[in-house]
Write a protein that binds this ligand. Sequence first.
Ligand code: PAF
Length: 297
Amino acid sequence: MITVATFADVRAASAGRVGLAPTMGYLHDGHLALFRAARAGSDTVVASVFVNPLQFGPNEDLSRYPRDLERDQRLAEQAGVDVLFVPPAEEMYPVLPKISVIIGDLTDHFEGARRPGHFAGVAVVVAKLFAGIQPAGAFFGRKDAQQLAVVRRMTVDLSFPIEIVPVSTVREADGLALSSRNRFLTADDRRSALALSQGLFAAAAAVEAGERAGSALEAMVVDAVGAAAGIELEYAALADAETVQPLSELTRDAFLAVAARVGETRLIDNVAFSVGADSVTVDRGDILTGPSVLEDV
Ligand code: PAF
């Protein structure tokens, strides 16, 4: 694996079908799942590590976002990455972009409503990565379900000839979805945070038993989170997977999302539903079989 700092060097080091996994670093097993998915279908696997200031609001955690490049290099190489792109800010933003990439009403609710400007910042940096690297495929985690919808729609609207490949959420053995922010959880926070996945799993089981009402599914998450100490629920909502509008009945592909503040840390999670003619398939994510790589920090 080589580490490069410019778009030109990424293109020079790439051959054949290029698979791109964009990240902000401080890698966890969810990122490694993106790299492995990219490895399976690509000649060259490019992973980017860039903490994108444009997607952080003024009161968000940009300055405390965890960073450890040496560790990221080691983990990326082990997971089959060929080219690690670590651009300095001057490479990504030689000038402050005047362009805005606004994805209409896909960002009206949920994360978009709570984090004004966040998805515009994500869309600009992802568009720059797509234009500068020109991958054939790009890999995004389902954990950020609204981001996935935004990136998919941007790819269509701007005619990027890129296949967007969703990758299931990776969870620790007890169900906690992996996130770089988990490192900020105290032992008590971490115990409380399990209420998010427990609520989602209860709702997923209800869907498998035939429940389709958004209000009933949302209530299961609200109840689980409400019963845990030290958690402030922001939302629990069923949303259309493509349009990201609230959904009252599970009649098309959707996700049930939750966001909550656990101690000082804001966490999001979801389960995804694929609606077929006679049944609904649930993607709860994949449970890690070994210890999380976040434990070796
Ligand atoms: O999901 C993330 O880590 C970021 O939003 C992304 C896609 C790398 C853009 O900065």
